[in-house]
Design a protein. Structure first.
Length: 111
C-alpha cells in the first residue's frame, strides 16, 4: 500500500518479518479499500502532488513514532500505529475488527 513512499527519514522499509498473516492482511486491505472513496483518474508515478491534511498528519505521526522508538527508518507499521491512533477514522474500526491493536503493532516494531 505504501510502496515507494518516502518520509523525512528516507524510504519506507518493509518489516523484517510479517506481523499479520497474509490472509488477515488481505482482508484488512480489502475492507479499507471499500471504505475509501472511489479513485480519480490514475496519476503517473513521477507526478508530485499535495496530500490531504489527514495524510500529512499520518506521515507526521509515523515519523514521530519512529523517532520516539529511536529508529532511523519509518516502516509501514509506523503508519498502522498512526491509523490506530486516529479515533475519528473508519480505518480504526476496520483494524480493530481485524484484531489489530496499537500495543501489538508497537511490540512488533520493537522486536
Amino acid at each position: 500500500m505504501f510502496h515507494g513512499a518516502v518520509t523525512s527519514s528516507g524510504p519506507l522499509q518493509p518489516p523484517e518479518r510479517p506481523v499479520f498473516s497474509q490472509e488477515k492482511a488481505s482482508q484488512i486491505v480489502s475492507a479499507i479499500e471499500h471504505a475509501l472513496p472511489p479513485k480519480a483518474k490514475p496519476l503517473a508515478d513521477s507526478v508530485d502532488m499535495s496530500c490531504s491534511h489527514a495524510l500529512g498528519e499520518l506521515f507526521a505521526h509515523a515519523t514521530a513514532l519512529a523517532k520516539e522508538l529511536h529508529q532511523d527508518k519509518v516502516q509501514p507499521l509506523h503508519f498502522v500505529v498512526g491509523m490506530l491512533s486516529d479515533e475519528s477514522s473508519e480505518v480504526l474500526e476496520i483494524l480493530k475488527t481485524g484484531g489489530i491493536t496499537k500495543e501489538a503493532v508497537i511490540a512488533a516494531i520493537q522486536t
